[in-house]
Write a protein that binds this ligand. Structure first.
Ligand code: PEP
Length: 255
């Protein structure tokens, strides 16, 4: 499986800024076969960036979607709207959506269902808060988030679904999880997914997210069970993002 580098821009970059950023990445990243690069800009930039990615080996992700197909949901965006822009992925269950916007596990589940049904790939984020880790509840929290998110959904497999382990305490804080913590969490998630989905769970990529930067990306991509990254802050900076893609690519070449 190709390693994945996904950049979650969150509420950053105007259309012009996003377009010039993606053009610059396209010019700089010459080895386009080694890693799967996914840009997740805000909704407002999806159309313009989709046009740039046509016939390129880069992919497009949205940061959210509503679970209903259409209707009176002021301010929301539907999966068919995203599909018409050739979006490949949708980030779901990000801790900012769960904590700031109050999205419940069931709500995330409904979104996953809608996204899968339309043939788009969810990137489901799960992760524990600092107090949960400190009180030894990491495993329980991850298990609960997975159960709530996947409950009653069939047909999930490694070709249509991605997971991202994102410890909340590591997001945007500079406190990256250690390689030991990451390896341990990824192994637990892998086994939980195996228990829930059997063979279908085996090849689901598990990304790590949480203060990935140019200094830690090389060792983190080398960590057992890490299939790639979901990157916030460092995906906004052209030097950092391209360097991380190169580090991931070099890692594959080293074998
Ligand atoms: C994120 O928000 O998904 C994330 C991983 O952010 P950062 O890389 O800035 O910690």
């Amino acid at each position: 499986m190709k390693p994945i580098v996904a950049g979650n821009w969150k509420m950053n970059k105007t259309v012009d800024e996003g377009v010039s950023f993606v053009n610059e990445v396209k010019n700089r990243i010459l080895d386009k076969d080694s890693a799967e690069v996914i840009f997740c800009p805000p909704f407002t930039s999806l159309f313009s960036i989709a046009n740039l990615l046509d016939n390129s080996p880069f992919y497009l992700g949205a940061q959210n979607v509503h679970h209903e197909i259409q209707g009176a949901y002021t301010g929301e965006v539907s999966i068919q709207m995203l599909k018409s822009l050739s979006v490949d992925y949708v980030i779901l269950g990000h801790s900012e959506r769960r904590t700031i916007f109050g999205e419940s596990g069931e709500f995330v589940r409904d979104k996953i269902n809608t996204v899968l049904n339309q043939g788009i790939k969810p990137i489901l984020c799960i992760g524990e808060a600092l107090d949960e880790r400190r009180s030894g509840q990491t495993e329980k929290v991850l298990q609960k988030q997975l159960e709530q998110s996947l409950n009653g959904i069939s047909g999930i497999n490694g070709d249509n679904f991605l997971l991202a382990y994102e410890p909340i305490w590591a997001i945007g804080t500079g406190n990256t999880a250690t390689e030991v913590q990451v390896a341990e969490a990824h192994a637990k998630i892998r086994s939980m997914v195996g228990n829930m989905l059997g063979k279908n769970g085996q090849n689901i990529p598990i990304l790590y997210g949480g203060s990935v930067n140019v200094d830690n990306a090389g060792s983190l991509i080398d960590t057992n069970g890490v299939d790639g990254f979901l990157i916030g802050g460092a995906s906004l900076d052209i030097e950092s993002f391209c360097k991380i893609i190169e580090l991931v690519t070099d890692n594959i070449k080293r074998g």
